[in-house]
Design a protein around this ligand. Structure first.
Ligand code: ATP
Ligand code: MG
Ligand code: FE
Length: 344
């Protein structure tokens, strides 16, 4: 099937076109620069930017893929979770397209799309696959028997998401927004065992009760305290060492719990998705530990880890291929759509 996917859950206006399991085009217009001076995404600014970017981005995607809208078999769109106003722009646009073209529409979960995108990169998903979703708003371990209609949550973050922790620590270190990629870059020059930062929910009763849950707010606070103490003493902060040690604490916990989940659920395939999956140290350590454990690791290329339209098209194409019913043309947006609900 030929499917066009629209993504507008945050600050990226993404339009992707997929034919079956092949990505034809992935077009992203980002309003990130408009938000940078506020140190975070401003919902109203994002909605307006989506509205302005939507039609040109759809036109560009079709032009670059050499696709006519009338040739599409279906439209898919992120129905949640995300910023309410931003989601509305994408869903309203998708509905208008579907109505005008007389094509079916699939309202899909942004988080399941972060997983499904790997199909256009590495082929069909083994069933089941263990998926670790690590992004700006979520950190979850998911057992995925079928990405089109059966996603089970084994655990998630109790407080901050992994990406949120990266962004907050970046701010403490004086690095620009969004901080994840900057921490990643700074860490390359640093010593990851310079500072022993805490690994949340990994020992004793915490580990028993929250086997597959995460907690990053204690770590974020520990980093902030460590930095403040040096600053107050008039010492220069070793930014690269702090970045590397913080990053190591995050990716150590993530990969440990992901592999434990694979082992305990007897799953041989681990997929890592979401913006934080672009992190170079996470990718390296996950590969190292998966090799040791005999687990097959799949991580999309960095450009497909952060928000994009290809991921929505990839999940939409999978829905069509598996014969799933389309969504109602009146489908709602759901800003807090649960990770286990694949379709709206
Ligand atoms: P969600 O998917 O939960 O709705 P989101 O869509 O805002 O949240 P993504 O676009 O999936 O999030 O990911 C963005 C997050 O990924 C940001 O927090 C960003 O800092 C982080 N990130 C991006 N690249 C890297 C990197 N190389 N290292 C660490 N974090 C990164
Ligand atoms: Mg973004
Ligand atoms: Fe995302």
């Amino acid at each position: 099937p030929l499917v066009l996917g629209i993504e507008t859950s945050c600050d990226e206006t993404g339009v992707g076109i997929v034919r079956g399991q092949t990505l034809l085009v992935d077009t992203v217009a980002s309003s990130v620069e408009e938000h940078a001076r506020f140190g975070g995404v401003v919902p109203e600014v994002a909605s307006r930017a989506h509205l302005e970017a939507m039609v040109p981005t759809i036109e560009r995607a079709c032009r670059e893929a050499g696709v006519q809208l009338r040739d599409l078999d279906a439209i898919s769109v992120t129905s949640g979770p995300g910023l309410a106003g931003a989601l509305l722009v994408g869903v309203a646009s998708a509905k208008a397209l579907a109505l005008a073209l007389g094509k079916p529409i699939y309202g899909v979960n942004h988080l399941a799309s972060h997983v499904a995108v790997d199909i256009v990169e590495h082929g069909p998903l083994p069933e089941p696959t263990m998926a670790m979703l690590v992004s700006g708003g979520h950190s979850s371990l998911l057992l995925v028997p079928d990405v089109t209609n059966d996603v089970r949550s084994l655990g998630s973050t109790m407080d901050d998401a992994a990406g949120e922790a990266f962004d907050k620590v970046a701010r403490v270190l004086g690095l620009p927004f969004p901080g994840g990629p900057h921490v990643d870059r700074a860490a390359r020059e640093g010593n990851r065992i310079a500072i022993d930062f805490p690994r949340g929910l990994t020992t004793g009763r915490d580990m028993e009760r929250h086997r597959f849950d995460f907690s990053f707010s204690g770590l974020k606070t520990a980093v902030a305290r460590w930095v403040e103490t040096r600053q107050r003493a008039g010492e220069t902060v070793p930014v690269a060492d702090v970045a590397a040690s913080f990053q190591e604490a995050v990716v150590d916990v993530l990969t440990r719990k992901a592999l434990l989940a694979c082992k305990e659920h007897d799953v041989e395939h681990l997929l890592i998705g979401g913006g934080v999956a672009a992190n170079s140290r996470l990718r390296a350590l996950a590969q190292e530990r998966c090799d040791k454990a005999g687990v097959n690791l799949r991580v999309p290329r960095p450009g497909l880890c952060t928000d994009n339209g290809a991921m929505v098209a990839a999940l939409g194409a999978q829905m069509v291929a598996k014969g799933r019913e389309p969504s109602d043309l009146g489908l709602p947006t759901d800003s807090s759509m649960p990770v286990t609900l694949v379709q709206a």
